[in-house]
Design a binder for this molecule. Structure first.
Ligand SMILES: [Zn+2]
Length: 287
């Protein structure tokens, strides 16, 4: 599933490709993608004659700003956008086509069909689902160490599932949570309230560092992710633990291990991300 760096890469590419284009017609071949309004003719009618102003992002959602409306789009597992000339053959699994007045088309393709599109009046999208309950935006200047600690530090649950929860911090998925926790040297099963102040600082910096490095590299190409122009991201070559089970840790040389935390495959180095000794002994004595 694309995470913040991949969606941000799609956003930047799309913004260059479609900003300023006026929609002449919309074709929907898979109505299930549409969540608001659900009726394809109504969806199309609202969009016809509108010009795309810019493409923005909130968490893992794209916000396509038009004059008066906002199209909120989630790619889920395998959704992809591409811009084509109208006479180019339409690929399989193309479900929504935005035909522009200049003879080009924005096409949405989704093999797994899990993607969603919601249409709102400008400004309304932030007050209603699916964007209204989203947490801190980690590459925004509002994401401070103080704000980060405020939403997470008192919680007693494991740190990894907390970081994955989009209601607290947005954009982090399985790949970047594993990378950030490794970079910060924190075991994914540590309860959030057990982290010391220095560890919060390390984790905060690791989240920002990991995400911004990945955005610079155009995201990671895991399985089928490609950006709006069909290019592959390069960050998968820079991943430190994710997908590196049994390979040596880049810091200490010990084998990367894979375990399951909160139902998700999790990559760690047990020597660089130790469970604190005090907790271990409590656990052992408790047996
Ligand atoms: Zn290590």
């Amino acid at each position: 599933m694309p995470e913040l760096p991949e969606v941000e890469t799609v956003r930047r590419t799309l913004n260059q490709l479609v900003a300023g284009k006026r929609i002449e017609r919309v074709t929907v071949s898979l109505p299930r993608i549409l969540q608001r309004p659900k009726e394809p003719s109504q969806f199309a009618e609202l969009l016809v004659g509108r010009t795309i102003v810019s493409v923005e992002r909130r968490g893992k959602f794209l916000r396509i700003l038009l004059d008066g409306l906002v199209l909120v789009s989630h790619l889920r597992m395998e959704g992809r956008y591409g811009v084509y000339e109208q006479d180019e053959p339409v690929e399989l699994h193309t479900h929504v086509r935005f035909h522009f007045e200049d003879g080009t088309e924005l096409r949405y393709k989704d093999v797994r069909q899990f993607g969603t599109m919601h249409l709102f009046r400008s400004g309304e999208e932030l007050e209603l689902p699916p964007l209204n309950k989203l947490g801190l935006e980690p590459l925004d200047e509002s994401f401070t160490l103080k704000a980060f600690k405020k939403v997470l530090a008192k919680r007693t649950t494991k740190i990894k599932p907390l970081l994955l929860n989009q209601e607290y911090v947005v954009g982090l998925g399985n790949i970047y949570v594993d990378e950030a926790l490794f970079t910060a040297g924190i075991h994914p099963e540590r309860p959030a309230d057990s982290l010391k102040p220095a560890e919060w600082t390390k984790l905060y910096e690791a989240v920002r560092f990991t995400l911004s490095r990945a955005v610079e590299a155009g995201g990671s190409s895991i399985k089928s992710y490609v950006n709006g122009e069909g290019d592959m991201g390069r960050f998968q070559h820079e991943l430190l633990v994710y997908g590196r089970k049994d390979e040596p840790c880049s810091k200490c040389g010990r084998c990367i291990e894979k375990l399951v935390v909160g139902g998700r495959g999790t990559h760690i180095c047990t020597s660089c991300q130790p469970i604190p000794k005090s907790r271990l002994s409590v656990k052992l004595n408790g047996k």
